[in-house]
Design a protein around this ligand. Structure first.
Ligand code: FES
Length: 203
């Protein structure tokens, strides 16, 4: 299956951590100081605290609750209450394959899958959430639901939908390089799409 576009790369700088969803699976997405991205089930192996509430220290993610630290391979590397202990390798965060391509972070909940080919040279415009499902978003764009939406009336825009729990969809929008005024117009267009989709939802 096509991996899920969970975030724009620019929105997860080194040291960043956020909660994302990939086909309904809740994940903690984080980036270490070296730039590597990881996507783990959003549950600390210790007592279940959401790892997305944690904080990044170098190339480790530290849980907010008791401070256990996990390296980018998921294994527990440090337990503050037992600083001399070498944690057993069985203590590890589990997760999904994560990759970056085209300025987007892709997560594959079913195992590795290559991100879709996108036109070269696209740049990130924005991410926004629609209070409607992916099929309605596609319909508002004049399209069938698909992993990549190429807007027929606006060829410089590409939308990557990622369904969220609760019947919503997050849309990551890429665009060809545009002058500033045209970028503003593109942002307004995405707002208009959202208004149209949500108005239809409530009609
Ligand atoms: S719940 Fe995460 S370290 Fe205890």
């Amino acid at each position: 299956m096509t991996p899920c576009p969970v975030a724009l790369s620019r929105d997860l700088p080194p040291g960043g951590v956020k909660r994302v969803f990939a086909r309904g699976r809740e994940l903690a997405l984080w980036r270490g100081a070296s730039g590597q991205v990881a996507a783990w089930d959003n549950r600390c192996p210790h007592r279940g605290m959401r790892l997305s509430h944690g904080f990044v220290r170098g190339d480790r993610l530290a849980c907010l609750y008791h401070g256990w630290q996990y390296g980018t391979d998921g294994t527990c590397a440090h337990i503050p209450a037992h600083p001399e202990l070498c944690p057993p390798a069985t203590i590890r965060a589990t997760g999904c394959d994560a990759a970056e391509a085209g300025g987007v972070i892709w997560v594959a909940p079913e195992g590795y899958a290559a991100p879709p080919e996108l036109p070269r040279g696209l740049v990130a415009l924005r991410s926004l959430t629609f209070r409607c499902d992916a099929a309605r978003l596609a319909r508002i764009c004049g399209l069938e639901a698909a992993p990549v939406l190429y807007l027929p009336d606006h060829p410089s825009l590409v939308i990557l939908p990622n369904p969220l729990p609760g019947g919503q969809v997050e849309a990551h929008v890429l665009t060809a390089p545009l002058p500033a005024a045209d970028r503003v117009a593109a942002v307004h267009l995405t707002e208009a799409l959202r208004r149209a989709a949500e108005a239809e939802e409530t009609a």
